[in-house]
Design a protein around this ligand. Structure first.
Ligand code: HEC
Length: 386
């Protein structure tokens, strides 16, 4: 519109207007810094100045990161069974649905053979087209796997693995849940028919039942009769229920309500703020190419950032969007800093700029001192606490 007229720049503002704009930009900068401090307390794990990849993945995707090399392990046999591949990439800890410890009672009857057939033979049976070594569909083949002692056998180790361990050569725990198939229904479909808590409790009992049977020496009669009665635990029994599980990524995930709240707060108020800083920068004296890139920059990456918050909830690829949040968040900060410093500098003449450089150096010094005196000790304390 003003093509032929010389474009307005911040330099042309009157001194009072410049001062207002300068202080506005500085207070936005300070506001941003305090938001960073809040982010530290809200999201960062203790001892880290800022959230790490594993923090953001836990918070936004509700998963454990890094996902303990599951991809390689499950490829071998897990995926081609027509199992749900998205489940393979990461672990969703299941205990939110299972807060109370599930235990077997002495005297309880465990249908070992049924459980074994339903949960293990799906993959470990010679005739299935997706057969996976070792085959255990006949007793003597199974017995080979139980040597020399059932209670310390590989099978035992594989079904008591920590939930963080990926399904594969070190854990078969997911065979009871995510990898289970019932009447052709994969885990997700099973969940549609049954409440998750119920299914998990049921399967956890099955798992503990097999563990108890193995720890009793895997008696053949119990297997043949499909009836193992849980005995009094031995004194020095390894007993290996995974126990009351530790807090995990799922517990740290932000709720949909909070995310909605955060989304609208950011979109409404921050958009306003970033539009102002963007417009101010648009009238700075930088070459137009630079202004075209950096004036809308912050707004753009804020939208990308918020989109990632939501995309992180996707099954499977979610964690990658969660990690992208570190990038988009950083780009928002970078852009804002450029806008603030760039706009302020392009507003004043040489003398003013000299004063500004002096002030910025002071600010950096103050920031450095704060870091050494306040931030670093605080972080060290958090580390020590941990
Ligand atoms: C969804 C298919 C699937 C199910 C169900 C399954 N497994 Fe596996 N199992 C595999 C795959 C795949 C491997 C090979 C893992 C590897 O080497 O990476 C394997 C390996 C094993 C091994 C050999 C490990 C080694 O390192 O030699 C044993 C033992 C085993 N599973 C026991 C079981 C038991 C017990 C169950 C039932 C609780 C079970 N599996 C259920 C797919 C399955």
């Amino acid at each position: 519109m003003l093509e032929s007229v010389e474009q307005f720049t911040l330099k042309q503002l009157s001194l009072p207007a410049k001062l207002v704009v300068t202080l506005f930009l500085l207070s936005v900068g300070l506001g941003y810094l305090s938001a960073m401090v809040q982010l530290h307390f809200k999201d960062a794990s203790k001892g880290n100045p800022m959230p790490t990849a594993s923090d953001v993945v836990a918070r936004y995707a509700g998963e454990i990161w890094p996902p303990v090399s599951e991809a390689e392990n499950s490829e071998k046999g897990g995926t081609e069974m027509g199992n749900n591949t998205t489940n393979n990439t990461t672990h969703k800890a299941t205990d939110q649905a299972n807060p109370q410890k599930i235990a077997l009672k002495v005297g309880e009857v465990v249908k070992v053979k049924t459980i074994f057939t339903a949960r293990c033979l799906l993959c470990h049976q010679e005739n299935s087209e997706t057969a996976q070594d070792p085959f255990m569909d006949k007793w003597d083949k199974l017995a080979q796997q139980l040597e020399p002692k059932a209670e310390t056998s590989k099978i035992h180790r594989l079904i008591i693995a920590d939930e963080k361990v990926a399904f594969g050569k070190d854990s078969m725990v997911a065979a009871f849940t995510k990898k289970s198939i019932v009447d052709d229904m994969k885990w997700k479909e099973q969940l549609k028919k049954n409440p998750e808590a119920l299914l998990i409790a049921e399967r956890e009992k099955e798992r503990l039942g097999l563990v108890a049977w193995l720890e009793a020496g895997a008696p053949k009669e119990a297997y043949d009769q499909d009836r193992f009665v849980v005995p009094e635990p031995k004194k020095d029994q390894i007993i290996a229920p995974k126990g009351p599980r530790k807090p995990n990524a799922k517990n740290r995930q932000i709720s949909v309500e909070s995310l909605t709240q955060s989304t609208h707060a950011h979109l409404l108020s921050f958009s306003m703020l970033y539009s102002l800083t963007g417009i101010i920068f648009a009238f700075s004296s930088f070459p137009s190419k630079i202004r075209i890139i950096f004036a809308p920059w912050v707004l753009f990456f804020q939208i990308a950032d918020i989109s990632c918050w939501w995309l992180a909830r996707l099954e499977g690829i979610g964690p990658y969007f969660a990690i992208a949040i570190l990038g988009t968040g950083g780009l928002v900060g970078l852009g804002l800093m450029l806008q603030i410093i760039g706009s302020i500098f392009s507003m004043y003449n040489k003398k003013g700029k000299t004063v500004l450089v002096g002030l910025f150096l002071l600010a950096i010094a103050a920031g450095g001192i704060t870091y050494i005196k306040v931030v670093a000790p605080q972080l060290a304390e958090e580390k020590a606490e941990k």
